[in-house]
Design a protein around this ligand. Structure first.
Ligand code: PEP
Ligand code: MG
Length: 908
């Protein structure tokens, strides 16, 4: 009994009939699907699978686990009896392929050995098997198969350098006066086998192994070991595939597509993976093996040609494709081989597809009654929707990529190069399209960024100023372009030997991060036109618009998370509303202090007396009020969270260096530096070594009397004005960078006074809440909730402060190394770090709600529009996410998907 239990527990080998598609963890994707096809009664060559558990045991101990050898023997015997042949039998050999197959597809990363079982004796048996009647007609095929085995086995199992075999093959062709493998006859190939065996012996110090079972065992071991091959490790890191899954090994009876004109090999898709359209898609190559298709030695023909070549196999293939699609309820891709008129199915899987195809297929399958809308929603994702929302370059002319950088804000932008914000505004005013090129951007560049089609910088990553602001505006941005040398003074940049002057045209791709010189044609996005309201889904003939409309509509029905937007202008607010935003989660007020208001801010900072300061504040008040009136009007009836000013005030003053030079030059000339002198002293006084950790956010409000009060008054007066107009403004005042409840309480006392004063005539409800973006705020959320009517997580700062990473520097400086080392798979500024920052979020949610039940909680950091992070925010019970206007549809979709996935309706 005990012994029996032990064997069941350590079942390392499965016959195809024992598996199914849901056992991918254990049998790998390829093995699980081969098992599924076998059980569907499709013609799969017989075989068996060694499990990922066996691989993991081997990798842990360096030896095959106990029991594996016997189980392989048992399954091999079953395979031999099914085929009526023995492995490597000299008279009539069974040959097998030994292929890797992990849970997730890792194309070309691991090893495969074909024709296992061939040796000096069985090669003659194979020749007989392969002969089509004429004496010696199978010889060429058999010797070619044998030389392929030695080559693959030598290279993958014994690390013989592949070039040596290639050179020997080239020598044989040269001796024959040809460049085509097919011109080598049986004698040439027999001689080549001799040469290959010598190469094998030279490198391994032993002869090529003759016993078939030894070949098999060594090949299995090589597949196990290929899990940790350098390229496989790298691929897994890039694709974020866990390192400890191991690979399964598929051992399958060989079938041959290269036995003559009635044999061949091909690939097929049940729908077009590019568009999702129904039809027959694929390629076929007669008299060839799969490897020949990959090598591209001969041209394939469209799959439809097979109907003419071999109608019986073609019809059977179409029937099998329909069976598979009906069974998997999805696009399947298929590899098949025809051996002398007999069709064999070698592989299938749910096929990869473009973003457009993903939406179209999901929608068609709902129409066909194959899946429901929940499943359709599960089958698409926000990253795909985001791709569909950007205009794209038409690359059919193959333009040259002159450099690449971080695709920081997607899209395709074309325009004339300009190097200053002022020039961008000037040229745009003349109707020119411009690309603003800077080493890096700062708040001063904002007008130029608004005027430009796109932004190109030499420094910075996905959370640099340029990236964050550009994403907020939905503007194309390429950051940190390699080898981009920007010379603003000379009005040019150089890159890889090219010199680009102001006025020259460039094209930047903010999705791929590619820079092109000259104009590359651009196509607009139909999906954006739909969200903008200029395409009516009820009458649209574009299937993509119809599909997106239906699926996102379902997401809206099922999602629990609300979706707001980060917007600072009426225009952004209006667009976000069209895109489905249900309010503003973050209105940053600092942009409202730039441009011609800068001088007022200077006066505020330089004020020496209370009355000077009040004068400046009084001048700012009506301007601020007008800003809020515009925004509240666009968001009528929906909540608008206005954040009081956050960044250090010195950001609004001129640069220390420039001023110092000005003053010094004036003094040198004996002139009076005038106002500059006082300004310089103020800039010096306010200079900070670490401004991000300095006088900003609530600290600023507590230090500069009247500043927050002016903003609170502007917000409340704007709301009161709209109430008087019969509208429904819903202002929420948010205090940034709070770390202690006392900070918030101090601001609150002053704010409440102003609010009650202003609202005496027109009742407006104004909520007061705080950002949670300092770790201490998260850790004392219970106390802070006593003074806050809402929380909004500022996950940009929370990430910065939890990790101690400067958000403006690290991505461009060293994140590449961290990603390479696998310290994280994706920048924590892009996708929320669940373990660390996420833990702070959970603590704050739990303790905040414990102290104030029903506390409204959202997030307004960049993560609010990141698909993975949206799922996390759903999971921890936030009320809403807030993101840039262009990400609103993505967040809506993902908020819906989060519900479907957490309710476990993942049926695949
Ligand atoms: C944040 O820190 O996440 C946030 C939204 O504020 P900002 O990016 O303006 O610092
Ligand atoms: Mg912040």
């Amino acid at each position: 009994m005990a012994a029996e239990k032990a064997t069941t527990k350590h079942k390392y080998v499965y016959g195809f009939a024992e598996g199914n598609k849901d056992l991918k963890d254990l049998l790998g994707g390829k093995g699980a699907n081969l098992a599924e096809m076998t059980n569907l009664g499709l013609p799969v060559p017989p075989g068996f699978i060694i499990t990922t558990e066996a691989c993991k045991a081997y990798l842990a101990t360096g030896a095959e686990p106990d029991g594996l050898a016997e189980q392989v023997a048992t399954h091999l015997a079953a395979l031999e009896s099914a085929m009526g042949k023995r492995l490597g039998d000299p008279a009539d050999p069974l040959l097998v392929s030994v292929r890797s197959g992990a849970k997730f597809s890792m194309p070309g990363m691991m090893e495969t050995v074909l024709n296992v079982g061939l040796n000096d004796e069985s090669v003659a048996g194979l020749a007989r098997q392969a002969s089509d009647g004429g004496p010696g007609s199978g010889d060429r095929f058999a010797w070619d198969s044998y030389r392929r085995l030695i080559q693959m086995f030598g290279k993958t199992v014994c690390d013989v350098p592949g070039e040596e075999f290639e050179h020997a093959l080239d020598d044989a062709k040269r001796a024959k006066g040809t460049t085509n493998d097919l011109d080598l006859d049986a004698d040439d190939l027999r001689a080549l086998v001799g040469a290959y065996k010598k190469i094998f012996a030279k490198h391994t110090g032993r002869e090529f192994p003759q016993p078939p079972r030894e070949q098999l065992d060594l090949a299995v071991r090589a597949v196990f070991e290929s899990w940790n091959a350098e390229r496989a490790v790298l691929y897994r890191r890039q694709e974020r595939i866990p390192a400890d899954l191991g690979t399964a090994v598929n051992i399958v009876a060989m079938v041959f597509g290269n036995l003559g004109p009635d044999s061949g090999t091909g690939v097929a898709f049940t729908r077009d993976p590019a568009t999702g359209n129904q039809g027959i898609y694929g390629d076929y190559l007669a008299n060839a093996q799969g490897e020949d298709v990959v090598a591209g030695i001969r041209n394939t023909v469209p799959l439809q040609e097979l109907e003419r070549i071999d109608k019986r196999s073609y019809d059977e293939l179409l029937r099998n494709m329909a069976t598979l699609e009906g069974h998997y309820r999805d696009l399947c891709d298929i590899e098949f081989t025809i051996e002398r008129g007999k069709l064999w199915m070698l592989q299938t899987r749910v096929g990869k597809r473009t973003a457009a195809a993903a939406f179209n297929i999901a929608n068609h399958l709902v129409d066909e009654g194959m899946i429901d809308l929940d499943e359709a929603l599960h089958r698409v994702n926000g990253a795909q929707l985001a791709q569909l929302m950007f205009p794209r370059f038409d690359l059919s002319g193959s333009p040259e990529v002159v450099t690449t950088g971080v695709g920081a804000s997607p899209g395709a932008a074309v325009g004339r190069v300009v190097f200053t914000s002022a020039r961008a505004v000037e040229l745009a005013g003349q109707g020119e399209r411009v690309i603003l090129v800077r080493r890096e951007t700062n708040p001063d560049d904002l007008p130029g960024m608004i005027a430009a089609q796109g932004i190109l910088t030499a420094r910075g990553g996905k959370t640099s100023h340029a990236a964050v602001v550009a994403r907020g505006m939905g503007k194309t941005c390429l950051c940190g372009a390699d080898n981009l040398d920007v010379d603003v003074k000379a009005g040019r940049f150089t890159v890889g030997g090219h010199v680009v002057n102001e006025g020259d045209i460039v094209s930047i791709d903010g999705t791929s991060g590619c820079l092109y010189l000259g104009e590359v044609p651009v196509r607009p996005s139909e999906v954006v036109q739909y969200f903008e309201g200029s395409v009516d889904p009820a009458t649209s003939t574009d299937p993509l618009v119809v599909a997106v409309h239906r699926i996102i509509g379902h997401a809206d029905e099922v999602r629990r998370l609300r979706v707001r937007t980060n917007a600072d202008t009426g225009e952004d607010a209006a667009r976000a509303r069209r895109f489905g935003a249900e309010g503003i989660g973050l209105c940053r007020t600092e942009h409202m202090f730039l441009g011609d208001r800068r001088e007022l801010v200077e006066r505020l900072i330089l004020a020496r007396t209370e009355s000077e300061r009040n004068e400046a504040l009084d001048a700012l008040l009506p301007l601020q009020r007008a800003d809020f009136v515009e925004i509240f009007r666009e968001m009528d009836g929906l909540p608008v969270t206005v954040r009081l000013i956050d960044p250090p005030l010195h950001e609004f003053l001129p640069s220390l260096e420039e001023l110092a030079v000005h003053v010094a030059v004036a003094q040198e000339r004996g002139e009076d530096p005038g106002k500059d002198q006082a300004l310089l002293a103020a800039v010096r006084r306010m200079h900070e070594q670490n401004p991000m950790l300095g006088l900003r956010g609530v600290r600023l409000g507590l230090v500069i009397p009247g500043l927050f009060a002016m903003q609170v008054r502007a917000i409340t007066e704007a709301a009161a004005q709209l109430v008087a107009e019969g509208r429904d403004p819903r202002p929420e005042i948010m205090v940034p960078l709070v770390g202690a409840v006392q900070e918030l309480e101090t601001v609150r006392v002053e704010a409440e006074k102003i609010i009650s004063e202003v609202t005496r005539e027109h009742a407006v409800e104004v909520l007061i809440g705080t950002m949670i973006e300092v770790p201490r705020a998260a850790l004392t959320a219970g106390q802070i909730a006593e003074a806050a009517e809402f929380f909004s997580f500022g996950t940009n700062d929370l990430t910065q402060m939890a990790w101690g990473f400067s958000r403006d520097d690290v991505e461009g400086a060293f994140f590449w190394r961290y990603l390479e080392l696998g310290i994280f798979g994706i920048s924590p500024f892009e996708s929320l770090d669940r373990d660390g920052v996420g833990r702070l979020v959970r603590i704050a949610v739990d303790e905040g709600r414990a102290a104030r039940p029903g506390l409204k909680i959202g997030v307004c950091g960049e993560h609010g529009g990141d698909p993975e992070s949206v799922h996390f925010f759903h999971e921890v019970g936030l009320d809403y996410v807030s993101c840039s206007p262009f990400r609103v549809p993505v967040a809506r979709l993902e908020a819906g998907r989060a519900v479907i996935e957490s309710s476990g309706s993942d049926s695949r």
